[in-house]
Design a protein around this ligand. Structure first.
Ligand code: ADP
Ligand code: ZN
Length: 724
């Protein structure tokens, strides 16, 4: 009688396959969480041991079982991490392998070189010591990092750093892949907190010390000093020997945050972002897994790093829509952060001046605690917000800035104060139209207009990235010279400002111009040095910046966000405009905000002007409750897509016909999705609405599992969809 072989169940990085059983080779011991290489068909693939002890034989008899090829020399996935992966796969109806892939950041985190290359100043002055080079070297003095780090610290481009290497002013240093990161010092420079700050900080510190799950909404008006407050919780976690994860919406924008962290804790935190080189990723991944990386700041994917002793999670600017991932596994990082905190048994802080409805409802239900910072730090006052009725004070034809706004800009220029014009539209014009035949220039791959970018002289699709030179004639009727730009983007506003105020120093800030942390740092430096009079930017400019000299904010088109008309439009507009307004008057001088609108009586405008967030949200929340929208009901979007329109429609209908009939469940559609074509794929959508308490995920899995579809058709499940 053959002895039963010891077996493990391994979650493999292969979509469509769940956990597979493998034999444990003699002399090896494997535990749940171990990262392993296993044979699958002719290949060897990576997986993680999911179950190990006393497994009953399943599917494959012992004798036929293939053996694990190797255990990889990386920190294992801790138990809370494995439960998080299971939770995300289950809740978002995603393949477990896809979630595991995020956790392993595969191909970069595993294997590979043992060293990475950094640079540090040599002390020699370069032969060509330009002011830029000298200033950069002064800022870099005493530091060592990757060329990216140095560019960020030096506030220069990567090219300048390369030049300094060539000139011998920076020398290469090899760093072992397991070299430790510097440890932040909780007592390096503690701030003196104001009373409200101290009270909030004390509550957060108590939560960290209690080492239990405790979600908190840190709701403080813009400029109230939320960062200093949650830094105290970070300090408490450090003192207790734990690790901290800080999630930020966009890592390119964190340069000022990193500097504040360094000023408080003496060293930079560890950063996790998509343009880390493979070796650097690997070093971070290991240091997180071993517990040596004490404070890590990153965008949403950092949630899936295998922290060994996580003690606190902070979600900064928790209202931000960029926490919602819209590709691959559709998840919301804010929500997953709360789940991770629950699984780890630790506190989580959601910091924002404009909490969304989901978060507010959690507070009302008593699930989250709420700490308020009702006033700005240092006696600064909130700006006065005023609506400019464009029906009564319209800009001249072909212009976008109304006389009252132009007058205020003039006042600021004369006073030497800084201004910001907010318009959430990149490029020059959102639409190019033929005056002769009415044709609109569309993207060939998407249901979207091509957006003119005059600085780069091309038309660009903001959805798929397709770009082309501006056509010389109308693509439809071939009338020459008949194409005209319609509507404004930030570049067009910059053109108008240049005409109105030729002497003003203007800077356009969008994801096109602020593409890296170094660029963001340079922007901050220029604004702080008062080298800029007027900033013109998209929502990129509204995120957490603190410019004390900025006293005027003009919202060029306050109606823009309401145009789409989806259920979240009001809330999103409110948040965006309130955040933009929140940049004004953060220093000694009070601020003022002008909202250009055609509907000054709309609920949104009245609430913004009166600072009536509570009233606004009460009404919006009521509206959601009435239609059973999240968080009062559970919604999911099923997006069916393929390159063939007929196949897409047929598949969407087949799914619709297979919909289960259940009390508390209704299915809308299929209908063309909001972007009916995206990247060359036709998209149809079904909207599933379920009452709370219905096991929506189980329903979806059963339903979709029972529909046969051609392999060219893809179905994406989006639980708690953002755009509906
Ligand atoms: P918020 O994130 O709430 O909009 P910030 O955290 O950016 O506000 O704080 C606004 C400004 O006030 C920042 O420049 C910050 O450094 C400063 N500040 C806040 N609290 C303190 C404090 N206790 N001591 C010194 N400076 C503070
Ligand atoms: Zn496109």
């Amino acid at each position: 009688m053959s002895e039963a072989r010891s077996r493990v169940r391994v979650l493999v990085l292969q979509y469509g396959l769940g956990a597979l059983d493998y034999a444990v080779p003699d002399g090896t011991s494997l535990a749940p969480g171990d990262i392993v290489a296993v044979p699958l068909g002719p290949r060897i693939i990576t997986g993680a041991v999911w179950e190990a002890d006393a497994l009953p034989a399943k599917d494959v008899p012992d004798a036929k079982l293939r053996a694990v090829a190797a255990r990889l020399d990386v920190p294992p996935l801790p138990a809370p991490m494995r439960r998080l992966i299971d939770w995300v796969a289950d809740y978002y109806v995603a393949p477990p392998a896809a979630v595991l892939r995020m956790a392993l950041s595969v191909s970069s985190a595993l294997g590979g070189d043992r060293t990475l290359v950094e640079y540090r100043p040599t002390g020699t002055t370069p032969a060509r010591a330009t002011p830029q080079r000298t200033a950069a070297l002064e800022r870099i003095a005493g530091r060592q990092g990757t060329p990216r780090d140095l560019a960020r610290w030096g506030q220069v481009s990567d090219a300048v750093i390369r030049g300094l290497v060539t000139a011998g002013a920076l020398a290469k240093v090899e760093v072992a892949a397991d070299a430790p990161f510097p440890v932040p010092d909780p007592d390096f420079a503690p701030p003196r907190l104001e009373a409200a700050q101290a009270q909030a900080a004390a509550a957060l510190v108590a939560d960290v010390e209690a080492r239990a799950f405790a979600p908190t909404l840190l709701d403080g008006v813009t400029g109230s000093g939320k960062t200093e407050v949650y830094f105290e919780a970070v300090a408490a976690a450090l003192r207790a020997g734990g690790q901290v994860l800080v999630l930020v919406p966009e890592i390119a924008l964190t340069a000022p945050w990193l500097d504040r962290f360094a000023a408080r804790f003496g060293v930079q935190p560890v950063a996790w972002h998509s343009d880390l080189k493979a070796n650097a990723r690997r070093r971070v991944w290991r240091a997180v897994g071993s517990g040596d990386a004490r404070v890590l700041v990153g965008a949403r994917s950092a949630l899936f790093l295998p922290f060994a002793k996580l003690a606190l999670i902070v979600v900064d600017e928790a209202h931000e829509s960029s926490f919602k991932q819209e590709e691959g596994v559709h998840y919301h990082a804010r929500d997953v952060a709360v789940v991770r905190a629950q699984l780890e048994g630790i506190p989580v802080i959601l910091a924002t001046a404009t909490p969304g409805i989901e978060t507010r409802v959690q507070v009302e239900r008593g699930t989250y605690k709420r700490l308020d910072l009702p006033a700005r730090f240092g006696g600064a006052t909130l700006p006065v917000i005023r609506a400019v009725d464009l029906r009564h004070a319209p800009p001249p034809p072909g212009h976008w800035l109304s006389p009252p706004l132009v007058a205020e800009l003039q006042v600021n220029l004369e006073a030497g104060a800084q201004s910001l014009l907010f318009l959430n539209r990149r490029g020059y014009a959102p639409l190019t139209l033929c005056r002769a035949c009415g044709e609109r220039v569309n993207c060939p791959n998407c249901t979207a207009w091509m957006v003119e970018h005059r600085l780069t002289r091309r038309l660009l699709c903001h959805h798929c990235g397709f770009a082309c030179p501006p056509p010389p004639e109308c693509p439809a009727c071939h009338a020459p010279g008949s194409l005209v730009p319609c509507g404004p983007g930030v570049e067009r506003i910059a053109e108008e400002v240049a005409r109105l105020f030729p002497a003003a120093r203007v800077m356009v800030v969008t994801s096109d111009t602020i593409s890296s942390p170094a660029r963001a740092a340079a922007l901050v430096a220029a604004v702080e040095a008062r080298e800029i009079d007027i900033l013109i930017g998209t929502q990129m400019l509204t995120k957490g910046y603190h410019f004390p000299g900025l006293t005027l904010v003009g919202v060029v088109d306050a109606d823009l966000g309401l145009a789409g008309g989806d259920l979240r439009a009001g809330e999103r507009s409110f948040q965006q405009i309130a955040q933009a307004a929140g940049r004004a008057g953060r220093g000694a001088e009070p601020g003022r905000v002008l909202l250009q609108t055609h509907q000054p009586d709309a609920r949104l405008m009245r609430a913004l002007v009166a600072y009536d967030a509570e009233g606004f949200y009460a009404a919006e929340t009521e509206q959601r409750r009435d239609v059973g929208a999240p968080p009062f009901g559970r919604w999911a979007a099923l997006v069916v897509s393929s390159e063939d329109e007929a196949a897409t429609i047929a598949a969407a209908r087949a799914i619709g016909r297979a919909a289960p009939v259940l009390p508390g469940l209704s299915v809308l559609g299929p209908a063309p999705a909001p972007l009916a074509m995206l990247r060359g794929r036709h998209r149809h959508r079904l909207l599933v609405q379920a009452r709370r308490g219905l096991a929506l995920q189980d329903v979806l899995r059963d339903w979709l599992g029972g529909v046969e579809l051609p392999s060219s058709v893809r179905v994406t499940v989006d639980v708690d969809p953002y755009n509906f």
